[in-house]
Design a protein around this ligand. Structure first.
Ligand code: SF4
Length: 509
C-alpha cells in the first residue's frame, strides 16, 4: 500500500522530538522522502498530507499527554509527571512517544526491525543501565522486549555482552585513560569508505612523513600532559586508516616516542591496526613486537577476489593469508580480522566461502560489520543500497553467528550505525580471554579516551555524572598538520575540560 509514496509528511510543534521522530520514521521510509514541518500551533487535528504524521507534543506543552496521529489512526500517550523539568522523566517521555509511534508505523507498514525503537549507536549501554536498575538478566530481557520492542534474540545478545563486559568496566580505575592514535592514510580508498582517510598510493608520498611529524608533536604534548597530571595510561590503540602504511623506521619513531614517555609493557593492551595485508612486512612486525604490541588487526573484509577488486582494496587473497602466517610465525597470538556483510555483489554463498576459508586460521578476534552506506562513500547508488533485502542481510548475519558459535567466538562488543544493511549491527567476537579491551572502553564510555591525530575524537569521562563530552580534532589532514606546527597539543583545552565538572562544562558552552 505504501511502496509508491514520494513524501512522508511530519508535523511537529517544536524541535524537541524532531530528531527522534525522524530517526524512527526513516526505519520505515527512505529519509529522502521525509519532510518535517515545525509549527507551534500543531495540535491533535492539524491537517497534514498523507502519508503523514502529527505529533502535538512540545517542550512548552504543560500537559501530561501527547497525541500522535498517523493518517487516520490517532492515539494519546500518557507522559510521566515532571517530564519537562526532570531529565530522567524527559527520557522516559521520549521512550513512550517512540514506542507508541513504532506501533502506529508497524500498523501502517509492517517492517522487520530486530532492534525495535533503538535508533542509537550503543544498545549495550542500555543493557548496562537496565541491569543496574533491575539486577536480573531475564527482567532486563523482558523490559527490552516490552518497552523497547527489541526482538528476543537481540535482547539476549546485548545482555550477554553487557554481562561479559561488566567486570572489565568495573575494573576501570580513576585517572586512567586510554589513548587512540589515528593515522588516516590508506594505500587506496575502499569504495564503501566514509571515513576521512586519504589515499596515498605512493609509499614515498611526502604527506606520510609530514603527517607523522605533526602527529608526534601532538603526541609528545599529550604524553607530557598525562605525566604531569599523573594519569595512568591503560590501553593504547593505533588505528586508521592504515597505520601500517608507515615504514618500519617510521613505526619505530612513533613507538619510541611512546616508550620514552611511558613503560609500554605496563599497559593492559596495545593494538596496532595493520589493516591492509599488502602493507605488512616482517620488518614492521618485528618493530611492533619489540614495543610490546600484543594485538594486531589484519583485515581482508572478504576473501572473494572479485569483490576485493570491486571495492578497490588493492590486495589479493594470497596476500592476506601470507600476512596472517607471517604474523603467526612471529608470535602474535591475538590477531583480529574484519569482515563486512553485504559488500556489493556478495550474497550468502560468497560469505559462506569466506567463512570456510578463514576457519583453519582459528582467529582470536573477528569483527563483523554490516555494510553501512553513507553519503561520503562512493558506493551510495540505489542499486548498491538495495542489493540485499532485509531478510537476505539477516540470513547472512545468522551465518556469522553460526560460524562464531562453531569457532567458540563470543560477541564482546557491539554498535550500530545508520543505513546499515538489514537494520543490523556490527559485532566484535573473541575467544575466551582475548577481548579487545580498548573496543569495550571506547564503546561503553566509562573511561576517558584521548584521541591523537587528524579526525580523532577524544571522549572526556566525568565519573561524578557518568557522562562524556566529545572533543574532536580537526578532520582535514592538511589543516591538522598546519595547526600542530602552530599550536601543538591543545593543553589549554584539556586543562579547561578537567578543571570543572560535566555540568559546569555544559553551562560554559
Ligand atoms: S582501509 Fe578503512 S579507512 Fe582506509 S579507505 Fe578502506 S575503509 Fe577507509
Amino acid at each position: 500500500m505504501t511502496d509508491k509514496i514520494t513524501k512522508f509528511h511530519i508535523r511537529l510543534r517544536d524541535e524537541w522530538l524532531a530528531y527522534e521522530i525522524r530517526e524512527m520514521v526513516r526505519l520505515f521510509v527512505d529519509l529522502k522522502q521525509v519532510e518535517v514541518m515545525i509549527d507551534a500551533e500543531t495540535h491533535k487535528n492539524s491537517p497534514v498530507e498523507k502519508p503523514g504524521l502529527v505529533c502535538d507534543s512540545g517542550l512548552a506543552n504543560l500537559s501530561h499527554s501527547c497525541w500522535l496521529r498517523l493518517n487516520e489512526e490517532a492515539l494519546e500517550v500518557a507522559l510521566p509527571p515532571n517530564w519537562q523539568q526532570q531529565a530522567t522523566a524527559r527520557r522516559e517521555a521520549k521512550r513512550k512517544i517512540k514506542i507508541a509511534l513504532y506501533h502506529l508505523l508497524q500498523n501502517w507498514k509492517p517492517t522487520t526491525l530486530p532492534w525495535g525503537i533503538l535508533t542509537g549507536v550503543r544498545p549495550v549501554k542500555l543493557a548496562h543501565q537496565l541491569t543496574d536498575q533491575l539486577h536480573d538478566r531475564e527482567s532486563v530481557i523482558n523490559t527490552l522486549q516490552q518497552q523497547y520492542a527489541l526482538r528476543e534474540d537481540k535482547a539476549r545478545l546485548i545482555t550477554g555482552i553487557a554481562s561479559l563486559q561488566e567486570p572489565i568496566l568495573k575494573a576501570v580505575t580513576e585517572n586512567s585513560v586510554s589513548l587512540y592514535i589515528g593515522i588516516p592514510l590508506c594505500p587506496s580508498r575502499c569504495s564503501y569508505c566514509s571515513f576521512i582517510s586519504q589515499a596515498v598510493s605512493d609509499k614515498n608520498d611526502p604527506l606520510i612523513a609530514s603527517y607523522l611529524e605533526a602527529l608526534l608533536m601532538e603526541l609528545k604534548g599529550a604524553l607530557a600532559w598525562l605525566n604531569k597530571r599523573q594519569w595512568h595510561l591503560d590501553t593504547l590503540y593505533i588505528g586508521g586508516g592504515t597505520p601500517s602504511i608507515l615504514t618500519a623506521s617510521q613505526i619505530r619513531e612513533l613507538m619510541e616516542t611512546l616508550s620514552k614517555a611511558w613503560p609500554l609493557a605496563s599497559l593492559r593492551e596495545i593494538t596496532f591496526e595493520a589493516g591492509r595485508p599488502d602493507t605488512i612486512t616482517e620488518e614492521k612486525l618485528k618493530v611492533l613486537k619489540e614495543y610490546a604490541v600484543n594485538r594486531i588487526s589484519i583485515n581482508p573484509q572478504t576473501l572473494q577476489p572479485e569483490t576485493l577488486k570491486r571495492i578497490n582494496r588493492c590486495h589479493t587473497v594470497d596476500e592476506f593469508f601470507d600476512a596472517w602466517q607471517l604474523a603467526r610465525d612471529m608470535g602474535f597470538q591475538t590477531i583480529n580480522l574484519d569482515l563486512i556483510v553485504g559488500l556489493p555483489g556478495e550474497k550468502e554463498d560468497q560469505l559462506l566461502k569466506t567463512l570456510n576459508a578463514i576457519k583453519p586460521l582459528k582467529p582470536a578476534n573477528v569483527t563483523v560489520h554490516a555494510l553501512a552506506l553513507k553519503r561520503s562513500s562512493t558506493l551510495t547508488t540505489d542499486a548498491a543500497k538495495h542489493q540485499l533485502s532485509d531478510a537476505e542481510a539477516e540470513r547472512m548475519m545468522n551465518c556469522i553467528y553460526d560460524f562464531s558459535h562453531e569457532q567458540a567466538l563470543v560477541p564482546y562488543y557491539l554498535y550500530r550505525q545508520k543505513e546499515m544493511a538489514g537494520h543490523l549491527e556490527n559485532v566484535g567476537f573473541s575467544t575466551e580471554g582475548q577481548v579487545g579491551l580498548y573496543n569495550i572502553l571506547m564503546m561503553e564510555e566509562k573511561q576517558t579516551i584521548m584521541g591523537i591525530g587528524a579526525g580523532a575524537v577524544s571522549k572526556l569521562y566525568y565519573p561524578e555524572t557518568d557522562r562524556i563530552k566529545r572533543k574532536p580534532n580537526v578532520k582535514n589532514i592538511h589543516v591538522y598538520i598546519e595547526r600542530m606546527h602552530q599550536q601543538g597539543f591543545d593543553e589549554t583545552g584539556w586543562n579547561k575540560a578537567f578543571s570543572s565538572t560535566y555540568k559546569q562544562q555544559k553551562n560554559e558552552e
